[in-house]
Ligand binder design. Structure first.
Ligand code: SF4
Length: 226
């Protein structure tokens, strides 16, 4: 079974409009320079594995407080037994949100088609060209799985959003507009500010994040382009 490396009992910010618990799953197949969860990717052994049975007991005891459970990482869909984990949580009556980088469309499609996830938040990293995407995820990329995942979500069989983490100096405003044009999803495109605390690429530590009001303004502009 998946090794769960982190458990946040109550979060008000990981699922808009819902109160949820959050499970952190290790490892990722991307190397985004701005990633601040990289110890979970490179050194998951640093974290104790939390027994699933203990988590399920704690979820059930929080039943009156939480609406659902957010599965995040790392990249949750790297784990072949993710669907089993999802079923165990749903069987106990909780909604499930999946955070993903979109690199496993087959698993995503199965979860969506079977109605096993209630919300999907897909990180989109850059304009949808191999050159841009590879630059922003720190690896050469095959874009097809990403494009397939985007299409799966746009069929609207599940509630979804696309999120882009915006790093000043790395992403230009033009990058944001280009990606918004590629996605054409209006308000489902959310901009997330860069967090300079402990990024994978240490040179980004000195980068000052966008002013939050300026970022909201750009977000509104690109959402209204559609
Ligand atoms: S930001 Fe997300 S997709 Fe990128 S390396 Fe970190 S966990 Fe993986």
């Amino acid at each position: 079974m998946i090794e769960i490396k982190g458990f946040l009992e109550i979060s008000f910010s990981d699922w808009q409009g819902k109160i949820c618990s959050v499970l952190f799953l290790p490892r990722c197949n991307f190397r985004c320079p701005y990633c601040h969860n990289h110890s979970l990717i490179f050194h998951p052994e640093q974290y104790a594995t939390i027994p699933l049975e203990d988590i399920l007991v704690r979820l059930c005891s929080s039943r009156n407080w939480i609406d659902g459970v957010c599965l995040t990482g790392g990249e949750p869909t790297l784990h072949t037994d993710l669907p089993l984990l999802v079923r165990k949580i749903k069987r106990r009556g909780f909604l499930v949100k999946l955070d993903t980088n979109g690199s496993n469309p087959l698993m995503l499609e199965n979860l969506v088609e079977r109605g096993e996830v209630d919300f999907v938040s897909m990180d989109v990293k850059a304009p949808l060209t191999p050159f841009s995407y590879s630059r922003y995820i720190g690896l050469a990329v095959n874009l097809k799985p990403i494009l397939d995942s985007i299409e799966i979500l746009k069929r609207r069989k599940v509630e979804y959003e696309f999120r882009m983490t915006v790093v000043p100096g790395l992403h230009s405003e033009e990058d944001i507009r280009t990606l918004a044009k590629h996605l054409r999803v209006g308000q489902r495109f959310i901009l997330q500010n860069f967090n300079p605390e402990n990024p994978l690429d240490p040179s980004l530590r000195n980068v000052v994040p966008y002013d939050s009001k300026a970022l909201k303004k750009i977000e509104k502009e690109v959402q209204e382009m559609m």
